[in-house]
Design a protein. Sequence first.
Length: 717
Amino acid sequence: EFVMNGEETSMIEQKITLDKNNIFIYESKIEENEFKKIDGDMILIVTRLRGSWHKIYFNDILIGTIGDLKDGRMNIWNQAYKFTIDKNLINNNNNNILKFVTYSDYKIGYSTIPIMISNLYTGNLIFYKLVSLYSNLYKNIMIIIIVVALLEIILFSLSKSKKNEIYIFPIIVLLGSFYILDYIVIEHSMISSLMMKKITLVSLYFVLNITSIAFYKLYKRKIILVVSALVIITTVIGVIVSNNMITWSSFYSKINLLLILSIFTWIYTTFLEYLKTKETKVLMLFFASLFLVIPSVADTLTIIFNVKNQRISIFGILFFSIALLLLAMEQFIYDQKHMYFIYKHSEIERERLKNALITDELTGLCNHKSFYNRFDIISKENNKKFDIIYFNVDKFRSVNDLFGYEIGDKLLIKLANIILKNITDSNLLFRYSGDVFVAINDNKNRIDKFEIAEKIRQEVLNDKELQNISNYLPQTISIGISSYPKDSINPRVLINKAEKACRFAKELGRNKTIIYTEDILENVALSNKNDIRNQMFIDFTYALAGAIDMKDEYTGKHSEQVSRYSMMIAEKLDLDSDLKYALRLGGLLHDVGKLSIPDSIIQKNGKLTIEEYNVIKKHPLIGYDIVKELVDDNNIMSCIRWHHERCDGKGYPDGLKGKNIPLVSRIICVADAYHAMTSTRSYRKEFTKEVAINELINNVGTQFDKEIVDVFVKLIK
């Protein structure tokens, strides 16, 4: 407790009333018995004493000074000081006076920590505690914030998202740390306290306005710019009109309120953005802003209500910087994870590409390149003997041309599985080229090479799924075999010799296994003329079917569709493979006789005359005559000649009746009629599926066979 100007005062920190000399004298009377508690000399401890400089007297003896008008030190109030009081200075008459002579242009009094007198030991302990709490605290906070900001800049610079506006924040923190200079004692200052105060606060306001602009760029909320503009306007006015600390303090109190409002706009807009995006970095930015504003609000309230409390707004900057550091770390960790993911993905991709170089993508087998790598490994084993088995798909090009590459791919996959099932090691089977597979028989299973090849060939021939894929066009493979080292030690020569043996198998009619011998090419003969003829006929059939369908632009793939419907019926009736084969080719050729019919009749828009209809009725016999010299299969010929016969005997060309009509002809008749009805013709539009089915049912027993119609209707439905 002190007396100032004759009045008692608690010396709570307070703004002054401007005076001409601004000199203030306040003193405290200390009774003698108080000093009896202390042995020896004493220490006077003064902390956070407001004023530009102070002279301290004890019983009118100058015991020390704080600051000096001549040395121009700044912020001397925010530090702890100690002075020694000689015990001999104590009066025994209870007139011991501690006096302060202070010069100030802003505030006087002390805050938070009272003035203390103690013995030397206890006083020194207290003093050094207070030095760490006040004198060094703000320096340490400033250093921490600068280090944190630099760490943020480093982490963000390592981030992949450098262009995002959020990465300007660590630079803002770095610049904002200079505001703490307002709390640090500056030993030698070339500017006035007022100018120093303006510089530190204006730098803070500038940084916070830059932050507002960054938030605006992030979230596009105009309210941020509006509040920021108010801060700028108020700051400019305050700097211009303030010619003393009292006036300036009144302005920055108002500006602080606007700053708090500005930070609340950051919090509000960030929270709205988080609700929309649910992004972690937005949530962390929200908490960073919250940590910044809470200490600032507390400081503002203490100023408004004149509460004795230490200013904590600088801790808001510290909390803000730490929160941003966490954000930077989160972004950095995310980027590291992302980079690790990319690295692992690239590793997987490299492995995939590596496998792709030695693996066939379609079948999953080893490819052409890996054959030579494997051959090189096996051939280097001592006394190693092995065989090369060369598989070539018969008539594979025809399958692709007729049914498309998708069917061709399915066929190759199925063939690969059949061959692989009979090979001891998947690493010994290779897709050498488009329709060629090569196997290395290392003799580990002690099964003869010819026996293995024949087993595979027969499984291919008898596999129902494979034959179904090829629409019951008989699917076979030809096989050639060469041996290492008997035939050669060169892999390409061995492949070439196995290929020659395979070619010989094809020239013998396909679907055979041939072991390479030196005179193999000389023994090429047409020993299986019937097989060759059949293969030629299949090629001829598909070419002819294409020509038939091209003649009538309205029917399109009529022959192919009739053949497909016929195969569906045959499958349901569980007919044998010979009848299925006959229906497959007979369906394609049933209208071959139409090649002789003039286009004027085929493509006529109106109703045919009796003479024109009689010409049309001749096409089964004409077709029969065209192919009879090429085919000796009666079932195929029946499909062509009698597919227009009726169960009631009113059909053509021979008027056959009931069961006298061959089964294959009755099947073709139903399939042909249904597709004709559901196709647009030159003289009418197509029928719906339901109308066509009703027509079939209504003509059972007269035109169509009941059993076949019943089966077909169930299939179509």
